[in-house]
Each structure stands twice: as structure tokens, then as C-alpha cells.
Design a protein around this ligand. Structure first.
Ligand code: NAD
Length: 446
């Protein structure tokens, strides 16, 4: 029987070949583009709890048509080489789509992070980094990892520290060897939320475009019901932003141990606090809990956002999906057969290549910041503040009225790093959606 990761790789290949069938490429070129250039398997031992433990990990380099290559590192007990190769291929295609100058790569360690203490995880991560470094699979100009499932700022901080120790003569640019770092280690404001915010911009772009069906003709999310599968980094930020900024009702959140539901809309921040405190979304007092029930995604909703794992929607459950719009926040959450089944029923699917590109876009900003050694906005901020202050004063003099107090601070603000990062991300997501009109002329800003 085919494994989940083999099915994932097959799905990525299938979608790619389908897309290529619309182009007239020279013979053999599509095949060359989709093949993964190399996959390195590493096995290493770490002495923990009084004995030796063996670990296995992978780093795939899908394409080096741009360097460095870029892609997250996943910690998951079901990781394997095929999954990593599928994810690396998606990275190549994603970077091309949003015009970010990286090739595609991806990595994984076969480990359940919940089984190890932070101290143990640090030793394992440092050892993994040493192995990647020995093989030239980490470095600012060659290969730049980032967080993915089971990893975050903390793991990236350990990796950059280990890389710096191993390469003491290259210290000047060494912080650019990974992205998704904490701010204190050379990270950038807005990276943690970036993928979820990109999901929000993707949905907004879809709704704004009158060539699309929208949500049954509706062009905004006010009051729309949303189901989110996976309440980790991507799912949580997407749910929070869509409910707080766009007026959506997140009615169902699905996790690996069941789901919670509230038809009035869940308080996302309170649910996150509950999950952090108890280790589960179940038992949250602002919702009904369905422990062990894996049918959360099948509940009625306008928008379904799978933000957990690949192949979450497959041939067996596709018929039960009732959403009008499926937004692929995870990588490869809709298996290609399920994709066909949903589309034949008129369901719109926004693809992962676009929807979750926010992470790599802001990673690119972080990498540029590390190499230029200048925080975003540093040289401009005070000049913009002074200019805005002059405009506000002139308006007050001309009209004889005071500038509205509730708008004053925002207007005078010169552009902090977080504002510039959000604005840059929004620009990339919007201009990627509509790069050209049907007659081929540009409509985007880039
Ligand atoms: P994460 O580890 O922070 O969160 C994943 C969540 O999904 C966890 O809460 C986990 O318990 C839950 N989950 C796992 N299996 C599940 C299941 N069967 N049903 C329901 N919930 C389940 O990971 P993340 O960084 O949020 O990544 C999620 C997805 O988004 C992955 O496909 C990843 O490759 C993709 N992605 C992440 C980023 C990023 O910046 N982190 C960028 C692009 C794409």
C-alpha cells in the first residue's frame, strides 16, 4: 500500500505535470524541472538519558537554479525522504511564483518533539546542524533553513548559534544561515505571523477579484463561517487575523485529538491560551468539545482552511467537505484526486504555492536584513515622521481644525520594521494574484 508521503509526492508530481500540459516546453524540460537534484540522509547519535540514541534526518535540494536554496526543517515522527522531496519541490515552485530569488530545499528530522525535554532537543538540534554544516547544507549563500512543523524560533536560534561556532571566520554574515530566528538573534518583526498573514492576504485577493465567484457572490468575509484544521503557527495566526481584521466567524478548530465548535465564533486568543496552558484545544470553556472525533473538517462552513499536514483531504473524505472555498494553508493538504472531486462540485481551491508563500517572502526580507546589517526602515523613519508632521500642521493651518486625534499617531508614524514587513508582504501577495490582465499587460505593482 502507498504511504502517505508517497501519495504526497505523487500528488505534487501530478499537479505539476497537469500545469505543464498547458505550456509548450521543449521535450524533457518539465521532467528536469520536477526532479529533485539531491537528497542527503544523515544518521547520527546523541548520548541522552544515560544511553546512546540514534536519529535520522534529511535535507533535499530540489533545484539550485537560484542560490541559496531555501526551505523549512520539520520535526515529525512520520517524516521520510519522499515527504521531504515533495516539500522541497513545492519550495522551488513557490519561490518562483512569488518571485523570491531562492531555489527550493526542505529538511526533516524523524522525531516527535513532545517526547524530549528542551535541553535534549537543543542537543539533538545542534548535532543535526553540525551534520548539515559538514555537507554544505546550511550557510547564508548555499542553503537557508527556516521553521516548519514542530520547529520554531527556538530551534532556529540553536541552529544559528551552532553554525556560528562551527564557522568562526565567517561570522559577519552568519546570521543569514537560517530565517525565522528570534528578534534578539537577528530575526525580523512579523516573521512568526507571516504565513498566517499571507493566508489572509490570499483570501482577500481572491474576494477582491471580480473574475472569481467570491463566496457565493459575496466579496468579503464579514460573518462568514470558517473552519481551521491545525492550531499551530499557521492555523492560529490565520484564524486570529481573519476573525479580528475581516469579521469572519471561526466556528470550528480541528486538532489531532478532536475538534471544538461554537456557531457564534470562537475567541481565538482565548483558545490559544487554553491550548498553551493545557496542551490541547479540548475542554475550552467557550466551545463544545468533540474529543477523538475526526469529522471536524466535514462540518458546514463557508471557508475551510487545512493548516496541518499534507493529504488531509483525500478521496475518502472529499465528498463530506461542505465548504465553498478551500484555502490550502498547509503544504499539499488536498490530494490530487480529492482536488478533482471538489472542483467537480464547484468548490474553489486556493493552492498552497500561493496561499502559504507569506513565510518564505518574509524569510527573504529577514535574509536581506541579515546581509545588509540594517534594520528595515532605519534610514527613513525620522525623515518620514518629520514630513508627515509638516503635512498635518499644514492641514491644520489651512482648515483651522485639529487633525483627528484617533488618526494622528498612525499618520505621524514613520514606518517601523513591522509596518514595512506587512506592507511588503501584502504587496507581494497582491501583485502575485494579478500579475497581468487577459491582454497580457501588467496590473501588479512589481
Ligand atoms: P505547527 O507544528 O506549528 O502546527 C501544526 C498543527 O497541526 C499542530 O498544532 C498539530 O497538532 C496539528 N496537527 C497535526 N496533525 C493533525 C491532524 N491530523 N489533524 C489536525 N491537526 C493536526 O506547524 P506550522 O508551522 O503551523 O505548519 C503547518 C503547515 O503549514 C505545514 O504543512 C507546513 O509545511 C506549512 N507551512 C508552514 C510555514 C511556516 O512558516 N511555519 C510556511 C509555509 C507552509
Amino acid at each position: 500500500m502507498q504511504t502517505n508521503s508517497a501519495a504526497f509526492l505523487e500528488s505534487v508530481d501530478h499537479n505539476f505535470r497537469h500545469a505543464m500540459s498547458f505550456l509548450e516546453l521543449p521535450e524533457g524540460l518539465a521532467e528536469r524541472i520536477i526532479q529533485c537534484n539531491s537528497t542527503y540522509t544523515v544518521r547520527f547519535g546523541v548520548r541522552l538519558r544515560g544511553r546512546m540514541y540514534s536519529f535520522v534526518g534529511w535535507r533535499s535540494v530540489h533545484s539550485e537554479h537560484w542560490e541559496p536554496v531555501k526551505g523549512g526543517i520539520r520535526y515529525a515522527s512520520n517524516a521520510d525522504a519522499e515527504e521531504v522531496e515533495a516539500l522541497a519541490a513545492l519550495m522551488t515552485l513557490k519561490c518562483s511564483l512569488v518571485d523570491v530569488p531562492f531555489g527550493g530545499s526542505k529538511g526533516a528530522l524523524k522525531i516527535d518533539p513532545r517526547e524530549w525535554t528542551p535541553q535534549e532537543l537543543e542537543r539533538i538540534t545542534r548535532r543535526f546542524t553540525q551534520e548539515l554544516n559538514k555537507r554544505g547544507l546550511i550557510g547564508p549563500g548555499v542553503n537557508v533553513p527556516a521553521p516548519d512543523i514542530g520547529t520554531g524560533e527556538r530551534e532556529m536560534a540553536w541552529m544559528v548559534d551552532e553554525y556560528r561556532r562551527a564557522n568562526p571566520t565567517e561570522v559577519i554574515n552568519s546570521r543569514a544561515c537560517v530565517t525565522g530566528k528570534p528578534l534578539s538573534k537577528g530575526g525580523i518583526a512579523g516573521r512568526t505571523e507571516a504565513t498566517g498573514r499571507g493566508v489572509q492576504f490570499a483570501i482577500q485577493s481572491f474576494l477582491r477579484d471580480t473574475r472569481t465567484p467570491g463566496l457565493n457572490g459575496r466579496r468579503d468575509l464579514t460573518g462568514a463561517s470558517v473552519t481551521v484544521q491545525g492550531f499551530g503557527n499557521v492555523g492560529y495566526h490565520a484564524a486570529k487575523l481573519l476573525s479580528e481584521d475581516d469579521g469572519a466567524r471561526v466556528t470550528v478548530v480541528v486538532e489531532r485529538d478532536g475538534y471544538v465548535a461554537n456557531p457564534e465564533g470562537l475567541s481565538i486568543e482565548a483558545l490559544k491560551q487554553h491550548q498553551t496552558r493545557t496542551g490541547s484545544i479540548l475542554g475550552f470553556e467557550g466551545a463544545t468539545s468533540f474529543a477523538g472525533d475526526m469529522s471536524g473538517m466535514e462540518q458546514s462552513c463557508d471557508v475551510l482552511i487545512p493548516a496541518a499536514m499534507e493529504n488531509a483531504i483525500h478521496a475518502e473524505n472529499a465528498e463530506c467537505i461542505k465548504a465553498h472555498l478551500v484555502v490550502e494553508a498547509a503544504n499539499g493538504p488536498v490530494y490530487f484526486e480529492a482536488d478533482k472531486m471538489l472542483r467537480s462540485r464547484g468548490v474553489t481551491i486556493l493552492p498552497d504555492l500561493y496561499v502559504n508563500a507569506g513565510g518564505v517572502v518574509v524569510s527573504y526580507f529577514e535574509w536581506v536584513k541579515n546581509l545588509t546589517h540594517i534594520p528595515f526602515g532605519l534610514r527613513e523613519r525620522r525623515r518620514r515622521e518629520r514630513r508627515n508632521h509638516t503635512i498635518a500642521t499644514a492641514l491644520e493651518r489651512m482648515t483651522g481644525k485639529e487633525f483627528p486625534a484617533d488618526m494622528r499617531d498612525e499618520f505621524l508614524e514613520g514606518g517601523a520594521e513591522i509596518d514595512l514587513v506587512r506592507s511588503g508582504l501584502e504587496d507581494v501577495m497582491r501583485s502575485t494574484w494579478t500579475p497581468c490582465r487577459p491582454d497580457g499587460t501588467a496590473t501588479g505593482t512589481r
